[in-house]
Design a protein around this ligand. Structure first.
Ligand code: MSP
Length: 511
């Protein structure tokens, strides 16, 4: 069986997640589910990035130890992913003993082979982003990522010789043109970081304690990116390269990350792996941000709600659908509750929900809920059947290019065709004429079969809705392979009662 190892970044533990935080994970989940559906052995990993000065400070303010602090809020991440139906296979915490020991070994190995050396660090540091910046990278004297103040830091530190690997990295990019996607992000890396010359990276700190101690020099803790990035291999058992999981899943097929952390994943991470003499991941995709009113979602602006509020009001699949459908993958996309409601009304309630509901209701009304097909086909059926037959490959094409919103659009187009087919064939008029009953059976069969195939292909994106539809149809034909043929839907099945999938929402009532 082919394997697929996909990761999200590991999140900073937080009590204040917003919809933007959910974005990476919803996309990763959709891809993971799609790969599973299409027969891959998937390993989908997420987790939490728990060390660093920021956590140490917050814990101090709360009057608890950093470990007590993270233990308490970690549940918030898990609860959020549960409420979003995230089907991760493994949740790693950087405070896991196994991870901490592995990071110490990695650091020691790099030191022993001369890739890490001791020096003096003077630099400008952004505490919230845990990033060092050079003068020229600052924007208006502030952190280019978050716009906050940076502070000058000077201390004894260990350094990682990124510069030594620069040429190998460039060669790797050249040999693997799809390593960084979208391509614009690759150009950004080359122009902003590689062409000016890679600087060696500060990889340890002495000014705070909340980190993994450097095993041979305990006043230092491992600086957060070496700790954080290693999670992708320590979860698989590294440094034990003979472990089952490591042999099976490494190298990763896809690291999915937000655009602001592409540089860590496409410069530091590949160089760490080269230094460890390990194979490099196949692809890093840097997606855009969800923004609100054209700007960053921000705690200080107070412009967001807990994502669970949207889930409670509109349902998990509505939120997932919006995140996946609304934003062309790779670009930034605006989030607004109005746009969410509008998507629910047009796509989910109208095009999908209404179609399923009226089809199942008609089969109940005209055939007592039993699916029959008297094979009275007509020319008009061809167009619908052909579109349905093409759908599996079209979706596959889009998903292979990580064009998730376009994959969904393809499915929606077929559902729209089903609605048009109903309008054109007018089953309620056929039902009035006893001699048209056989034709009526074929019309309703064609629609329901199209709905079944669309429901299976929608399962990676809106899994709960997909199973509700397949349940209402009461079919056992739910495999991916069964979407390649039109006509697999079993004759004689008794459909379950129709249930509303998405109620239309009155926009005014939400204002
Ligand atoms: N801990 C680091 C990652 C280490 S990976 C080895 C980190 N954590 S984070 O919690 O700040 O971000 C996690 C993910 O959420 C990132 O991919 C980030 O891009 C994403 N998002 C946070 N806000 C976002 C939006 N407003 N929109 C879309 N995604 C954004 O970075």
């Amino acid at each position: 069986m082919k394997k697929f190892y996909i990761t999200t970044p590991i999140y900073y533990p937080s009590a204040d997640f917003h919809i933007g935080h959910c974005y990476t994970t919803i996309i990763a989940d959709a891809i993971a589910r799609y790969k599973r559906l299409t027969g891959y052995d998937v390993f989908f990993q997420t987790g939490t990035d728990e060390h660093g000065e920021k956590i140490e400070k917050k814990a101090m303010e709360a009057g608890v130890t950093p470990k007590e602090f993270v233990d308490k809020i970690i549940e918030n991440s898990k609860d959020l992913w549960k409420s979003l139906d995230i089907s991760y296979d493994y949740f790693i915490r950087t405070t896991d003993k196994k991870h901490e020991e592995a990071v110490q070994k990695i650091f020691k190995k790099l030191y022993d082979q001369g890739d890490i050396y001791k020096g003096e660090y003077k630099g400008l540091y952004c505490v919230p982003c845990e990033s060092f910046w050079t003068d020229s990278q600052l924007v208006d004297g502030k952190c280019p990522d978050c716009g906050r103040e940076v502070k000058e830091v000077s201390e004894e530190s260990y350094f990682f010789k990124l510069s030594k690997y620069q040429d190998r990295l460039v060669k790797f990019y050249d040999d693997n043109p799809n390593f960084i996607l979208p391509l614009s992000r690759k150009n950004e890396m080359i122009n902003n970081f590689i062409k000016p010359g890679l600087e060696d990276l500060c990889v340890s700190r002495t000014s705070f304690k909340w980190g993994i101690p450097v095993s041979f020099d305990e006043k230092h803790v491992v600086y957060v990116w070496i700790d954080a990035l290693s999670n992708y291999i320590t979860s698989l058992g590294y440094p034990d390269e003979s472990s089952e999981e490591f042999k099976k899943y490494w190298p990763a097929d896809l690291h999915l990350v937000g655009k602001e952390i592409v540089r860590f994943h496409t410069i530091i991470w590949p160089i760490m792996l080269m230094a460890l003499d390990l194979p490099l991941p196949h692809q890093v995709f840097g997606h855009g941000w969800l923004i609100i009113d054209g700007g960053k979602i921000s705690k200080s602006l107070g412009n967001y709600k807990d994502p669970r509020e949207y889930i409670n009001s509109y349902g998990v699949d509505a939120v997932r659908y919006y995140a996946l459908r609304e934003v062309p993958f790779g670009s930034d996309g605006n989030f607004s509750e109005e746009a969410l409601i509008s998507r629910i009304n047009t796509d989910l309630a109208n095009i999908l929900g209404n179609l399923v509901n009226r089809t199942i209701s008609m089969i109940h009304k005209y055939f007592d809920g039993t699916l029959i097909n008297n094979d009275k086909t007509e020319d008009i059926d061809r167009d619908l059947v052909d579109s349905v037959l093409d759908l599996k490959n079209k979706v596959e094409d889009k998903m292979n290019g990580l064009k998730i919103n376009e994959a969904i659009i393809e499915i929606m187009e077929v559902l729209k065709k089903c609605n048009k087919y109903i309008d054109d064939t007018t089953p309620w008029i056929l039902a009035k004429d006893e001699t048209k009953k056989e034709r009526l059976s074929t019309v309703l069969y064609n629609i329901l079969e199209s709905v079944r195939i669309c429901a299976i292909l929608l399962s990676p994106f809106i899994p709960t809705t997909s199973s509700k539809i397949l349940n209402q149809i009461n079919t056992k034909k739910v495999s991916y392979d069964s979407t390649a043929n039109f006509g697999a839907l079993e004759l004689g099945i008794l459909l379950n009662k129709p249930e509303i999938l998405f109620a239309r929402i009155d926009m005014d009532s939400k204002k």
